[in-house]
Design a protein around this ligand. Sequence first.
Ligand SMILES: [Mn+2]
Length: 296
Amino acid sequence: MSPTFALPPTFLGLEHRDPAGASLVVAGIPFDLGTTNRSGTREGPAAIRRASRMLADGANPMGWIDPAGLSVADAGDFSIALGDIPASLALIEEQAAGFGHLMAMGGDHTVTLALLRALHRRNGPVGLVHFDAHLDTWPDNFGQSLAHGSPFYAAIREGLVEPRRMIQVGIRSPVPKEVHDWTAAQGVTIVSAEEVHLSGPEAVAARIRSVLGQGPSYLSFDIDAIDPGQAPGTGTPEVGGLFTWQVMAMLRRLKGLHFVGMDVVEVAPAYDVAEITALAAASILWQYMTNMVYNQ
Ligand SMILES: [Mn+2]
C-alpha cells in the first residue's frame, strides 16, 4: 500500500474506476468566472484532490466506514467554455446530467445553478441545505445576473428548489435588506453563524433535519461558511464564521437524510495556508460519503 503522499492525484487516491458503474461520482469544475472579489477557484478541484489523500489511510471513526472502499469514482474535471458564463453553465449541466449521484468540487458558487438544473431533470424540485457566509440570492452581481452571488435567486425563481425545504447556515455578510427580506419571504430558513455558535451544532443539525424532512435534498457547501481563520483560501471571506469542528459535528448528524447530490465550492488555493481550506473541503466530501452508507 502506498503512503498517502504517493497516491494518485485523484480524490482519496482512487484508482481508475468506471463512473458509469459507481454509486457516487466525484467530479471537479475548474471555474471562477462568476467571482466578484478574488478569483482563483479554477484551481479548487486539484487542491481538494491533493489534500484528500490525507483521508485515505483508514476508516471514518463514525461507523468505521472507509469512504474510499465504497462504490465511488473520480470522473475528473468537467469541460467549461473559456470566458463565457452561460455557455459554461450549459456545459456543466449537460455533463452533470450524465451522472446519477454527483459530488462536485468547485469552482465558484455559480456552478451550483447548473448542477441544480441537471438534478431537476431527474428529481424535480429538491430541498436544500446551504452552508455559506452569504445568502447568494442577489438578483444581480454588479450588473451580472449569472454569478456567484445569485445561484439561489435563480434556483428559487426556476423552481429547482422548494424554498420551504431550504435552510441556509453560517450567514453573516453585509447584504441589502431587500435581498434578505425577499429570501425570507420565499419561506427559506436563515441561520446565522452566531446562532450556530450560541445554540451549538447539535441544535442546528436538528433544525436542518426538520426543514429538509425525508424528501430528496441537496447539500451545497460554500467553504466561506467557515471562518477565514480556518479556511482562508477563498475569494470572499467574512469574519465570525463556523469552525471546522462545528461543521463536521453538524454533517455527522445529517446521516439518513435523503440526499441526492452535493457540492463543495469556492476553494481558492492561492489564498490558502498549509492546505487547511482544501483539507476542510475534502473532509466535507469524505463525511458526506460516509453518511451515504446510512441511506442504503
Ligand atoms: Mn456562496
